[in-house]
Structures are given as C-alpha cells and as structure tokens.
Design a protein. Structure first.
Length: 184
C-alpha cells in the first residue's frame, strides 16, 4: 500500500512539474510574440517616415529620381509580412537605401539646411534607436524560449506540445547593423 501511495505521489509531482514547464513555455512564447509586435511597430514607424523623406529630398534633388524610386520600392517590400529572417533582410535593404539617401543629401546644402529635413532625420535617428532596443528585447525573449525548448526535461514537454524554437531578428551584414550617420 505504501508503494502505491509513493507511486501516486511521484506521478502527481511529475504531472505538476509538467504543468509548470508547459505554462513557462506558453509564457515565453507570448513574450516572443509581444516582443515581435514591438519590433513591428518600430519598423512601421520607420516605414511611414520614408515617404516624407522622399518628398523632401525630391523637392531639392529632382534628378535623383532613380534613387528615390528604388527607396520607395524597397519600403514597399519591407512592409510585406513574412517570417523573421525575410523581414530582417528586407529591413536591412531599407536601411541601406536610407543610408544612400542621406549620402546623396550631403551634396545639397539647401536640403541639409532645411528644417523639415533636419526634423525628419532626427525622427529617423530616434526610430532607429527604438528599433535597436526592440530588437534586443525580442532577441532576449527568443533566447529564453529557445533555451527552454532545447533544455532537458522541458524539451520533452516542448516537443510533445508543439513548441518550437523562434528565429532571431538579425541583420545580414555588419554594415546594415549601423544606424545611418549624417552630419549637418
């Protein structure tokens, strides 16, 4: 009789432990989703700033039409939903296009002196910092989920209930990691 009670106690403890692990995995998955939402908001803020930048530059540098059109197309492709890696690649291309835009703006003193352009540039700098913070938070949440999904014994629960590793939000090249820098 005592061994039955011991067996029931061990089974009950294992079940409770399984529920705790499952709930921790659910919480981590939700944290990753919340963190991705934060990145998405910041990327949309940046994307919404691009048309204003394009129009401001277009007024001063109308012969830079190809660059401005390419930037507009890149913005459109970056706004398309997709997986984390695809979105990171598209956002990296948008960042590189913005860097080229600011490099072109250097050749136009009137544009650089424009208060509207300076305000847009300051807004972009702020958004880029916010994106960096959101990406760091997201990647931290992904790391915690991935560790839990890979670690024993939580990997047994994760595999059984369909929890999978999440992808990190990484930019492809080191040059894309830099915030566009422009001096006025």
């Amino acid at each position: 009789m005592e061994w039955i009670l011991a067996f029931i106690g061990i089974a009950l403890a294992a079940a409770i432990y399984g529920v705790v692990i499952y709930n921790a995995l659910v919480a981590l998955r939700q944290k990753v989703a919340e963190a991705w939402s934060g990145i998405d908001v910041q990327l949309k803020r940046r994307s919404n700033l691009v048309p204003n930048l394009v129009e401001t530059v277009r007024g001063y540098a109308s012969h830079e039409k190809e660059l401005l059109d390419r930037l507009t197309r890149t913005r459109a492709s970056a706004a398309e939903p997709g997986d984390v890696a695809g979105r990171a690649a598209a956002e990296g291309q948008l960042g590189a296009a913005l860097t080229r835009l600011f490099a072109v703006a250097e050749a136009y003193p009137d544009l650089k002196a424009s208060r509207n352009f300076q305000d847009l540039h300051a807004s972009l700098d702020e958004i880029e910092r916010d994106i960096q913070h959101a990406r760091r938070y997201y990647n931290g949440a992904v790391r915690m989920l991935n560790v839990k999904v890979q670690s024993f014994p939580s990997n047994l629960i994760a595999g059984r209930f369909g929890f999978h590793e999440a992808a990190f939000f990484e930019l492809e090249s080191p040059a894309e990691r830099d915030v566009p820098k422009v001096s006025f």
